[in-house]
Write a protein that binds this ligand. Sequence first.
Ligand code: URP
Ligand code: ZN
Ligand code: ZN
Ligand code: ZN
Length: 467
Amino acid sequence: MSSRKIIRGGLVITASDEIHADVLIEDGRIAALAASGTPAAEAWTDGQVIDATGKYVIPGGVDAHTHMELPFGGTFASDTFETGTRAAAWGGTTTIVDFAVQSVGHTLRDGLDAWHAKAEGNCAIDYGFHMIVSDVNEETLKEMDHLVEEGVTSFKQFMAYPGVFYSDDGQILRAMQRSADNGGLIMMHAENGIAIDVLVEQALARGETDPRYHGEVRKALLEAEATHRAIKLAQVAGAPLYVVHVSAMEAVAELARARDEGLNVFGETCPQYLFLSTDNLAEPDFEGAKYVCSTPLRPREHQAKLWQGLRTNDLQVVSTDHCPFCFVGQKELGRGDFSKIPNGLPGVENRMDLLHQAVVDGHISRRRWIEIACATPARMFGMYPKKGTIAPGADADVVIYDPHTEQTVSAETHHMNVDYSAYEGKRLTGRVETVLSRGELVITGREYTGRAGHGVYTPRSTCQYLT
Ligand code: URP
Ligand code: ZN
Ligand code: ZN
Ligand code: ZN
């Protein structure tokens, strides 16, 4: 079989350009682009032709925040690397960066080895790892240098979840100082977990046990406070900072102010904060548990500020924080006590479509869609231009996207291994039609043609987004 493929007649959209071009793929990479209908494009005759007339030809999505098989709250996220990466491909994502976890008392190496073992041979698309640092000590700090050298160039710390993933300010400062030296990027879960735990205890004592109280105790102000503190600690350390899953408008304001001061401070938000709200958390009959994640969903008025942040580049990335737990048997662990509901939402399959809907709705432009979902996450986490764009030399991770077909999101038809959809019944315009990963057809005209084990580990360079 020839490894040559030619995608004909589509509108190629990258973060910087929109051009009617044919795309030549050779040996898993983009070999060339040529304006459709020109002699240069017509000269490509040998190879499998994929017709993209009337469609968009976009880089495969880069989802820089997933948690396949994450242990949390006495259970495990319900997607394995096999099911989760297959679902990602269905949704037009061709690279994920998942979080390997250091458990307290163990080394970073132990955690990274464990995550390699979970992923290797099982993924439909390419994957990299960030490292969750739960135990900052002299040994851990040294290990961070080694990890950066071998392509794990970003480290998540938690200002929340005391007793589990939590780091205190001293541990955070030390890790930031280390990353200032070794080029790593600290990713922060910015919520004041110590204060939140007091409010959790008080709420439960008042008999406030329903899922909606999860949103009430995890206050926007405590996200803003932690975001501010993380920014100042990073400034003291002279390190860049990436704040994950930003949901509060007050936190966006902190990021905007820091960026106006010229700091290398970045923010990520997620589709759930852009499309869902505390109204969902308040759904009756414990249905609100489906929407429990941290940071929590916010009242609707926060959404406009998140969209604005995405337009003004005070927020740079939209990732999913895909961390699915089934309603039956998993979310139900928190009946009668919202603090026992495992935190996380499914979404790895929905991100590209939801953000295309944001284009249709006028929140962002087509190029900004590609920038926040493909190009910037690739640059932020050291994978550009191999990932995140369509350009000669790049991996041929390409999506043929039909911008006109309508779909209704549903757990009945999705491919994630979870028994509900956070977007059940939502009507969307646009749908993934065909997906290539390094030139191989993973989705072919709405049929899965990929395989577990096609996806390979992708070591990363350091952040390519610093000013
Ligand atoms: O609720 C969430 N976000 N679960 C995943 C873990 C995390 O904090 O990202
Ligand atoms: Zn996480
Ligand atoms: Zn987090
Ligand atoms: Zn997460």
